[in-house]
Design a binder for this molecule. Structure first.
Ligand SMILES: [Zn+2]
Length: 64
């Protein structure tokens, strides 16, 4: 009896979208507010610079 779908985990993990590409990561720490998916982590460790997509908050920060 193993119900692999719709497993109700006990609130220690949640799903969260990768902050770079938006891919849904499963089993993110429940306290996490942002996550980087393994794909983006891989790119980062390869020295690639990833840019965050536009964020609704503090979009216009005049810094020159
Ligand atoms: Zn990603």
């Amino acid at each position: 009896m193993k119900n692999s779908k719709s497993v109700a985990r006990r609130a220690s993990f949640k799903q969260l979208a990768c902050k770079y590409c938006g891919a849904i990561c499963e089993r993110v720490d429940f306290a996490a507010e942002a996550v980087t998916c393994s794909r983006c982590v891989h790119r980062l460790v390869n020295g690639e610079v990833l840019y965050l997509p536009e964020q609704p908050k503090k979009l216009k920060k005049s810094k020159k």
